[in-house]
Each structure stands twice: as structure tokens, then as C-alpha cells.
Design a protein around this ligand. Structure first.
Ligand SMILES: [Zn+2]
Length: 144
């Protein structure tokens, strides 16, 4: 079937952006300060002087949550790798939404429901793509 030229253009743009992705680390970073629990420690004083900051890297390995502490230097060095993974997830969601819209257009379906919502954007990387619409808010598929 012939592909819609604007959809093909949007696909090419996503492909080009995917080609720019470097190393990509999974998981999330949480920075926290903590109390140790010792009653005479400064962290128990009022006002408390908390320990940390602790830079926690949390990810899932074979269904289990794995946490590792990063040094500030490690966090600085690998922050772009975490950003790359976020960008990769955004682009994958964009490509899937585009593919769903293109399939619906090619098949003459009025609407199609995306199976997986796009991950929340943590930072704007570029403006919205005017070449194709966002996935619909409400399901449009007919029940089986
Ligand atoms: Zn303490």
C-alpha cells in the first residue's frame, strides 16, 4: 500500500533522530539526603544536618529492582547516557504512535488505540511534530 508522504517524512525524521542516540543507560536517578538513626548524630539534631546527598541509580534487572550509589563525578559523567535512554523511549513511543496512525489511515479505520502510553517527557527536546497527530486520548477501537 502507498505510504502517506507526510507520515513517511515523520518516520524519516524519527529515524534520523534515532541515529543520533549514543550510549543509553536504563533506570532512574534519585538524589536524597538521609538520617542514619543514631540519636547523637548531627542528623538527629534540630535543625538536622542530614547525610548525603546520595545519588541512587535504580533499575530493573530480570524483574528485580537493583540500586547502586553513584559518586557525583559518576553522575556528571553518565548524565548524558541517562538522557539518551529517555530520548530513545520518547522516539520509540513516537514511532509506534506514527505507525498506528499510518496503519489506521491505510486501512481506513477511523481510530486506533495505542497499546502503551508514551512515557512522560522529562525535558522538551524539540517541539511537537506537526506532521502527525498525538495519539487519541480516548480509546476508539471496537471491542472484539
Ligand atoms: Zn546521622
Amino acid at each position: 500500500m502507498p505510504t502517506d508522504p507526510s507520515a513517511d517524512q515523520a518516520r524519516a525524521a524519527i529515524q534520523a533522530a534515532l541515529g543520533q542516540i549514543g550510549f543509553a543507560l536504563p533506570g532512574t536517578i534519585t538524589i536524597r539526603r538521609a538520617r542514619c538513626g543514631k540519636p547523637r548524630c548531627a542528623c538527629a539534631a534540630d535543625p538536622p544536618a542530614l547525610h548525603g546527598p546520595y545519588i541512587q541509580w535504580t533499575r530493573t534487572v530480570h524483574g528485580k529492582t537493583v540500586t547502586r550509589l553513584l559518586t557525583p563525578a559518576q553522575y556528571q559523567a553518565y548524565a548524558p547516557w541517562f538522557a539518551s535512554a529517555r530520548r530513545l523511549r520518547e522516539l520509540a513511543a513516537e514511532l509506534e504512535a506514527l505507525s498506528l496512525a499510518e496503519m489506521a489511515r491505510a486501512e481506513g479505520w477511523a481510530k486506533i488505540t495505542p497499546g502503551t502510553p508514551a512515557p512522560p517527557r522529562t525535558r522538551p527536546v524539540r517541539g511537537p511534530n506537526p506532521n502527525y497527530p498525538e495519539p487519541p486520548e480516548t480509546p476508539g477501537d471496537q471491542p472484539a
